[in-house]
Design a protein around this ligand. Structure first.
Ligand code: ACO
Length: 323
């Protein structure tokens, strides 16, 4: 049985860090409020010349280097993003060109904060279907550029960055002991559109628009939706919370992460939390967290790792994999 195995990972952050105390000088907020409600202490903000594609390219180069591969070894690039450099062409094609890759295919995938889960799932389908041997999967965002900096209820929450993994086709036995992706689960429900959206776009206003969110409404649904896709992963594989080595959740809010972990009986020692460092970087948050925990030696070869996210749409989903 073919499995999609992670053979490289990388990340890239903008040069500029914005701490909560700097945020206090820009909007009517406080470090105490932000930390207590979200767990965020700082975020990175893209500067001149830093874009979703440049951050994605940098993350991809680190992943290629760690995998001992070059762009010539890739068949496909998928970028999860809601903040592309341009409406078109796709940021993935931009990154493909920046990497000097002129074969294969590249496309973007838009599922807001679930973008990386959707991209990993799509890559896995390509690999298991025999259509690609190696896929570069990137989550990259510059949310700072779609924030309303006069709206304190949203602008303190988000940040910029990119993370990447390379998935490679490898033979497995078809058991849970195989390395690679074991199961994936995607969901969406457009009835929740108004709770988290961007109020512009090429086909409506002809502008990029700004992020709008009913924070409390999002919060209300988050834990239930996350629990739904985690339980789906457990039931598809006959695994349970005790089998997990690491939960790597989308990093939106520490309280959502703690609430989901508690409901599922996953101790916080097994949860990778980077929201304090990066803020909510939407599709980039999971690969940034993966990079952090794999680079510092927490996530090791053979570990059972569960990824989950929930975001605008709403969209939500999970990926269970053995590292
Ligand atoms: N600084 C200080 N005070 C603030 C700020 C701020 N930045 N923002 C809001 N407040 C005030 C409000 O005005 C309100 O004041 P009031 O009581 O005088 O009216 C008070 O704080 C409480 O506001 P709430 O909105 O009720 O605060 P809540 O406890 O719900 O926390 C938050 C807000 C953090 C946004 C929370 O609702 C949340 O985390 N929601 C989920 C949002 C999220 O994670 N979204 C991303 C997930 S999906 C994705 O990743 C795209």
């Amino acid at each position: 049985m073919i499995r999609s195995v992670v053979c490289g990972f990388g990340a890239s952050l903008p040069k500029r860090v914005m701490t909560n105390s700097e945020m206090e000088t820009k909007v009517d907020t406080s470090d105490e409020w932000i930390v207590q409600r979200t767990g965020i202490r700082q975020r990175y903000i893209a500067g001149e010349g830093e874009t979703t594609a440049s951050l994605g390219e940098a993350a991809a180069r680190v992943a290629l280097q760690r995998a001992g591969l070059t762009p010539a070894d890739l068949d496909l690039i998928i970028v999860g993003t809601s903040t592309p450099d341009n409406t078109f062409p796709a940021t993935a094609v931009n990154i493909q060109n920046r990497l000097g890759m002129h074969h294969g295919a590249a496309f973007d995938l838009q599922a807001v904060c679930s973008g990386f889960i959707y991209a990993m799932t799509t890559a896995d389908v390509y690999i298991r279907g025999g259509l690609a041997k190696r896929v570069l999967v990137i989550g990259a965002e510059t949310f700072s550029r779609i924030l309303d900096w006069s709206d304190r209820t949203t602008c303190v929450l988000f940040g910029d960055g990119a993370g990447a993994v390379i998935l490679e086709a490898q033979e497995g036995e078809g058991t849970n002991q195989d390395r690679g992706i074991l199961t994936t689960h995607l969901r969406s429900d457009g009835a929740h559109r108004e709770k988290l959206y961007v109020d512009g776009g090429p086909s409506t206003t002809g502008t990029v628009g700004q992020l709008r969110m009913e924070g409390r409404e999002v919060f209300k649904h988050a834990v239930g939706m996350i629990t739904d896709v985690i339980e789906a992963a457990f039931s598809a594989t006959g695994t349970s919370a005790e089998d997990l080595d690491w939960l790597v959740p989308h990093q939106a809010n520490r309280r959502i992460i703690e609430g989901s972990a508690r409901k599922l009986g996953i101790p916080m020692e097994k949860v990778v939390v980077t929201v304090d460092l990066h803020g909510n970087t939407s599709a980039a948050s999971i690969p940034l967290a993966l990079d952090t925990a794999a680079a510092d030696g927490r996530i090791k070869k053979g570990d059972l790792v569960l990824l989950e996210a929930m975001g605008g749409g709403f969209t939500w989903g999970s990926v269970l994999l053995r590292w």
